[in-house]
Design a binder for this molecule. Structure first.
Ligand code: NAP
Length: 245
C-alpha cells in the first residue's frame, strides 16, 4: 500500500517544519514548501531522508499563482497525487493601525490569506475529480479575538477562518474536508519581535502558564488528518493553553 501525500506550505521553519517531521516520520510522503529559507528546508529534507522518510522540497512563493501551480504539479508528478494540503505559510508584524502602508497591508493579506485561496484551488483540481482529500488551514487566535497592533494580521486570519467554513460547506458533497487550526502563542521565530517582558506577559495570560510548542500544533493537524476525524469539517480547533476560552 502506498502511503499518503501531504503538501505543507512554509515547512522550512517553526510549525510547518514540526508538522513535516511528524507526518514524514509516521510514514506519509511529504512535500516541504519553502521560500526564503532554502538551507533550513534542504537540511530538514536530508535529515528526514536519513531516517528513511520520503520527502521532497519545492521553493515557491505561495502568493504567486504560477509558482503555486508549479509546486502542485510537481508534488502530483513525484508522488502521484495529493491527499492533504496544510496551508501553514504565514507572516506577522506588530504595528499601529495608522502606520500600516498599502504595501504592508497587501503583503500581510497575500501571504496569510491569498495563499490559502491559491494553494487550495491548486490541489482541488485533482482532489475534486477523485472526490477525496483534506485541507487544513493554520489561522490564529487573533483571527478569533483580534489583536491590537496586528489589525492586518487579525483580518487575514479571520479571513482564513471564514474561508475554511465556506469552503467546507461547498466541498462537503465532494467528500473533501476543510478545517482550521487557530494556535495560541507558539514558540517559533515568529515571536522574534517580542521582548522578554512581552513574552512573560503572554505566558502569564495563558492559564497553562507557558508558550505552546510547534509539535503541539502538528499533533492537531495529525488528528485532523486521521480517520478519527472523518466526520469533522468546517471546524476551528484552537490549541492555545486556555488563552482563549
Ligand atoms: P515562522 O517560524 O516564522 O515560519 C513561517 C513559515 O512561513 C516559514 O517556513 C516561511 O518560509 C513561510 N513563509 C513565509 N512567507 C512565505 C511565502 N511567501 N511563501 C512560502 N512560504 C512562506 O512562523 P510559525 O510560527 O511557524 O507560523 C506558521 C503559521 O502558524 C503561520 O501561518 C502563523 O501565522 C501561524 N501562527 C503562529 C503562531 C505563533 O505564535 N508562532 C500563532 C498562531 C498562528 P521561508 O522562511 O522559507 O520563506
Amino acid at each position: 500500500m502506498t502511503s499518503e501525500v501531504v503538501l505543507i506550505t512554509g515547512a522550512s521553519r517553526g510549525i510547518g517544519r514540526a508538522t513535516a517531521e511528524l507526518f514524514a516520520t509516521r510514514g506519509w510522503r511529504v512535500l516541504i514548501n519553502y521560500y526564503h529559507s532554502e538551507a533550513e528546508a534542504l537540511a530538514l529534507r536530508d535529515k528526514l531522508r536519513q531516517q528513511g522518510c520520503s520527502v521532497e522540497t519545492f521553493r515557491a512563493n505561495v502568493t504567486d499563482r504560477s509558482q503555486v501551480e508549479a509546486m502542485v504539479d510537481t508534488c502530483s508528478r513525484i508522488f502521484g497525487g495529493i491527499d492533504l494540503l496544510i496551508n501553514n505559510a504565514g507572516i506577522a508584524n506588530s504595528i499601529l493601525f495608522q502606520e500600516i502602508t498599502d504595501s504592508e497591508w497587501d503583503r500581510m493579506i497575500d501571504v496569510n490569506l491569498k495563499s490559502v485561496y491559491l494553494c487550495s484551488q491548486g490541489v482541488l483540481r485533482q482532489m475534486l475529480p477523485r472526490k477525496r482529500g483534506r485541507i487544513i488551514n493554520i489561522a490564529s487566535i487573533w483571527g478569533i479575538t483580534g489583536a491590537a497592533c496586528e489589525v492586518h494580521y487579525s483580518a487575514a486570519k479571520a479571513g482564513v477562518i471564514g474561508l475554511t467554513k465556506a469552503l467546507a460547506k461547498e466541498l462537503g458533497p465532494s467528500n473533501i474536508q476543510v478545517n482550521c487550526i487557530a494556535p495560541g502563542v507558539i514558540a517559533t521565530e515568529m515571536l522574534t519581535g517580542f521582548n522578554q517582558d512581552e513574552l512573560a506577559d503572554l505566558k502569564a495570560q495563558t492559564p497553562l502558564g507557558r508558550l505552546g510548542t510547534p509539535m503541539e500544533i502538528a499533533a492537531c493537524a495529525w488528528f485532523l488528518a486521521s480517520k478519527e476525524a472523518d466526520f469533522i469539517t468546517g471546524q476551528v480547533i484552537s490549541p492555545n493553553g486556555g488563552f482563549v476560552i
